[in-house]
Structures are given as structure tokens and as C-alpha cells.
Ligand binder design. Structure first.
Ligand code: AMP
Ligand code: MG
Length: 485
């Protein structure tokens, strides 16, 4: 008999789970079982996230990860496939919902906030339609790279908690098939989507009185994710005040998120309303890409023929999605007030974008006009001179030195000096001239927001090849380390 590790006390299962969504009632979800997989190979565990949950990573074994997030054994509460609809590429789809995932549990972080464990690839549900309910291993690896890079860049994003390879063969049109399978657990603020509300409005159109369901869900969203907003027992008061405050805040959060994607050089690729979180957090990374050069028309999903979700369209699409959300929210929220709230979107976006870009350039203390000028000069540098977007910021972080203050010619001295680069150098140099050594140190510190490497597509292919060819995961783990450095 071989000794088996003590799995009895699994710290993941011992967390204090809260039935925040489960308590709302079964109108919002379907309880589902997890699939039974032939194999469980832990490929990634995110110890940073364990720490956020107050767990000591050294006390959680790989076996325990597999028991919880591969076998889904021992939770003692039902798993919930969430019901939702959404606009996909502009057309309404009433056949969505968690088709390959479920809400595995909700827990508090050490920061006091509530978080979801949401799965991807955990088996079929009533919403799977013709799908197999599975996630490819490459899809899982790609989601790790997106979420961990965005997190590293300070973007408000879900995290990837674990990827377990599950030993099945999958057939996919967009990967050489058969391809390997995996199950992922995502750590996010919420899996309530714009489309969760859109579904309730759709049901109303088919004759059901879903208004109380919208109000109940919205109250829960506000009390959980917008706790500074005070709800009233009076529905009319909420319609005019609390709900409007919520929508106004969501508009700001979503504008800020679009700004973060733009500064990060990130193209989400599938900004359907079922991929828009009601908390303003970024999540669900499918055919995403980080841009190599600044190209507003860059489109990441091969099936996005019109470029609807191109890199440069993201702020506009988020705005449109927020506007469409007024329809279901209009069941309980004052419509005119929502329209007015939307008027602040553009300004909120540009202010956030300029803040994010200035921070990538090392500055958090510029006045609005100086900041705008710096960002404008930087963007026109990218527009006129084919610089590699992530490399520019990585190089800035690596090469920045206090000597730049004294001599503009030392700023990126190796670069060919076309006119626009000279212009940029002058603007940048001008901002350094009045700075003390201490302030220059702070700028160098701020520049650490830029990762030394960003997983643009060739980087992803480069780590994927050794995995498929010889099951060599080292380059992948090394890439993750370099991203996190
Ligand atoms: P996504 O593109 O991942 O945001 O998914 C869009 C919709 O398709 C969601 O309702 C998913 O649950 C569903 N879906 C995607 N892939 C699969 C699959 N392999 N099996 C079942 N449903 C899926
Ligand atoms: Mg999705």
C-alpha cells in the first residue's frame, strides 16, 4: 500500500464560502455537476491569489488543488451555471449562458471584497448547445498569459487561479486537432454580466414579470460591489438615486477599463455584452492579442470580419454596450438620468487614458495640459514611426537614467533619430529638466509598471511549441517569471 497524502483538510475547501448568488434563487442559474475527467495534471497554480485569500501557499499541496479544481470534490454546495444572454457582434443571442463553466464558489479576500471562483472547461451544462463544455489546454494557457500580464500592468482584471490538464482530445476549428484539454478556475470579482440583465429584459418582452428579478439582482450587485452606495427600501427612491449612482459609477469604471486596455496595448477581441462585467472588471480571454505596433485597426479575432472589436474601437464599443444596458436597467432605473450619466463617458475615458499613458511614461504628477501634450506626442510617435509598442515601454524602463535629465541626446541614443523621435525626446527631456534626483528615482520606480516582456503572439507561439512537441513547460514558466519581474 502506498501512502496517500493527507487530503482530509484541504485549505481550499475550508474557505468560508458565501452563497451570495445562490441565495438569490434559481431564476438566475442552473445547478450543474462537474465533468469527470480521465486525467488531472496541474499545469499552473497561482500562489499570489492564494495569498489574497489568506491561505499560506506552502500549506496547499498540488493534490489539494487537483481535488478542488480538477475533481471538484468536497465543496458541499452546488455549482451554478449562470443564465445570461447578450449581444454578440451586434445581434441578440438568447441561447447563451455558462455553456462550459459554472460558479464554483464565492469567498472573501483578505481585502474584505467578495470574489468568485468561476470555471471554464468544466463540462456540459443546459447552456452548452452543440458545444462539448471543454476548454483547450492552449486556451487555458492563453488566459493565464492575458490575465497575469494585465494584472502586472495594473489593469483591473480577473486572475487565473489554476489550470489542470484533463487528458481528453478536443476538436477545434482554430487549433490543430485533436488538441489537449484543460479545466481552468478563474478568480474574479463577479460573473454577473451586462447580459445577465439583458436576459431578464428579454424574458419581460416574452410576457414574464421579471422586474422584481432585475431589482433583486441589482440590489445584490450594488450591496456587494458598490458598497458605498446606500440602497433605500423604497423602489422609487432607488430608481432616482441609488441605481443612478450605480450606473454612473459603472460608466466611469468601464471607461477606465477601456483606457487601461488601450494603454496596455491590449485587444480583448470579443466585447460582446456577455463578456462585460457588471463590476467594470476585465475578464474572459479568448482570441485576445497584445498589439505589436500601434495600429488602431488591429483586430484579434479571425471571425471579426468587420473589425467591430478592433483595438481602436474598444472605447466606442464599451460605450455602446453601456448604452444598450440602459434598456434592461430601464425596468427599474430612471432612463433620463442614465442618459445624462453617459454624457461623462468620453471625458472619463480620455482622462483615464491620459493618466494611464503618463504613468507608463513614468509620470503620475503632471498637470492635465502637460500630461495631454506628453501623451499626444507619444501617440503620434507611435503613429508615424513603426515602433514595437511593448518594447518601447520595456526599453524605457530598462534604460531610463538620471543622465537623461542632463543630456537629451542620451535618451534612446541607439534609435535612428527620425524627426518625430527628436520631438518626443525634447518633450520628454523637458519634463525631466526640473526634477531632483529623488524625483527621478520616483520616475524610475513608476516605470516598473511596464513589464519587461509582453506575450505578443510570437511569444505565445514560442512557448506553445515546446509544450506540444515535447511537453516541455519550462519556457512557459520562464515567460511568466519574466512577465511578472
Ligand atoms: P465565449 O466566447 O467563451 O465568451 O463563449 C460564448 C458562449 O459560448 C458562452 O455561452 C459559452 O458558455 C459558450 N461556449 C463556448 N465554448 C463552448 C464549448 N466548448 N462548449 C459549450 N459551450 C461553449
Ligand atoms: Mg464569455
Amino acid at each position: 500500500m502506498s501512502a496517500t497524502p493527507d487530503r482530509r483538510v484541504n485549505p481550499i475547501l475550508e474557505l468560508a464560502y458565501e452563497p451570495n448568488i445562490a441565495d438569490l434563487g434559481d431564476e438566475y442559474y442552473d445547478p450543474v455537476p462537474a465533468a469527470d475527467f480521465p486525467k488531472h495534471l496541474l499545469r499552473f497554480r497561482n500562489d499570489e491569489v492564494l495569498a489574497k485569500l489568506g491561505l499560506d501557499p506552502t500549506k496547499v499541496s498540488d493534490e489539494q488543488f487537483v481535488d478542488a479544481f480538477g475533481r471538484f470534490a468536497g465543496f458541499g454546495h452546488p455549482f451554478l451555471a449562470m443564465r445570461y444572454h447578450g449581444y454578440q457582434f451586434g445581434s441578440y443571442n438568447n441561447m447563451l449562458g455558462d455553456g462550459r463553466g459554472f460558479l464554483a464558489g464565492q469567498v472573501r479576500g483578505t481585502d474584505g471584497e467578495l470574489y468568485d471562483f468561476g470555471t471554464k472547461g468544466s463540462g456540459k451544462t443546459p447552456h452548452s448547445r452543440g458545444g462539448d463544455g471543454r476548454l483547450t489546454l492552449k486556451g487555458g494557457v492563453r488566459e493565464i498569459l492575458a490575465s497575469e500580464t494585465l494584472h502586472r500592468m495594473g489593469v483591473r482584471t480577473s486572475r487565473t487561479l489554476s489550470i489542470i490538464e484533463t487528458g481528453e482530445e478536443l476538436w477545434r476549428g482554430d487549433e490543430p486537432s485533436p488538441t489537449r484539454s484543460s479545466v481552468m478556475v478563474r478568480f474574479s470579482r463577479s460573473h454577473v454580466r451586462f447580459g445577465t440583465f439583458e436576459r431578464l429584459h428579454y424574458l419581460k418582452m416574452t410576457g414574464r414579470d421579471t422586474t422584481p428579478l432585475v431589482a433583486r439582482l441589482l440590489d445584490r450587485v450594488i450591496s456587494t460591489y458598490y458598497p458605498e452606495i446606500e440602497l433605500s427600501p423604497d423602489p422609487q427612491a432607488n430608481a432616482d438615486t441609488a441605481y443612478v449612482e450605480f450606473y454612473t459609477d459603472l460608466v466611469k469604471r468601464t471607461a477606465a477599463l477601456a483606457a487601461q486596455w488601450m494603454a496596455a496595448g491590449f485587444c480583448h477581441a470579443v466585447l460582446n455584452t456577455d463578456n462585460m462585467s457588471i463590476t467594470g472588471e476585465s475578464f474572459d480571454y479568448g482570441p485576445f492579442a497584445f498589439i505589436e505596433t500601434y495600429d488602431r485597426q488591429f483586430t484579434a479575432a479571425y471571425f471579426d470580419y468587420s473589425g467591430r472589436y478592433s483595438y481602436g474601437n474598444q472605447p466606442g464599443i464599451c460605450k455602446l454596450n453601456l448604452e444598450m444596458l440602459q434598456t434592461p436597467l430601464g425596468m427599474v432605473v430612471d432612463r433620463e438620468a442614465m442618459k445624462s450619466a453617459m454624457e461623462s463617458y468620453d471625458e472619463a475615458f480620455f482622462a483615464a487614458y491620459e493618466f494611464e499613458m503618463a504613468r507608463k511614461l513614468g509620470f503620475t504628477d503632471l498637470d492635465a495640459e502637460t500630461r495631454r501634450n506628453l501623451v499626444k506626442t507619444t501617440v503620434s510617435l507611435f503613429e508615424t514611426y513603426e515602433l514595437r509598442y511593448p518594447d518601447f515601454f520595456a526599453q524605457l524602463r530598462r534604460e531610463f537614467s538620471s543622465a537623461w535629465r542632463d543630456d537629451a541626446a542620451r535618451i534612446f541614443p541607439d534609435a535612428e533619430p527620425p524627426e518625430v523621435l527628436n520631438e518626443w525626446r525634447e518633450v520628454y527631456h523637458h519634463l525631466l529638466q526640473t526634477r531632483s534626483d529623488e524625483e527621478l528615482g520616483a520616475i524610475a520606480e513608476t516605470l516598473n509598471i511596464n513589464p519587461l516582456v509582453v506575450p505578443i503572439r510570437p511569444e505565445i507561439e514560442a512557448i506553445w511549441e515546446p509544450i506540444t512537441e515535447r511537453d516541455d513547460w519550462e519556457p512557459f514558466y520562464e515567460l511568466l517569471d519574466r512577465i511578472r519581474a
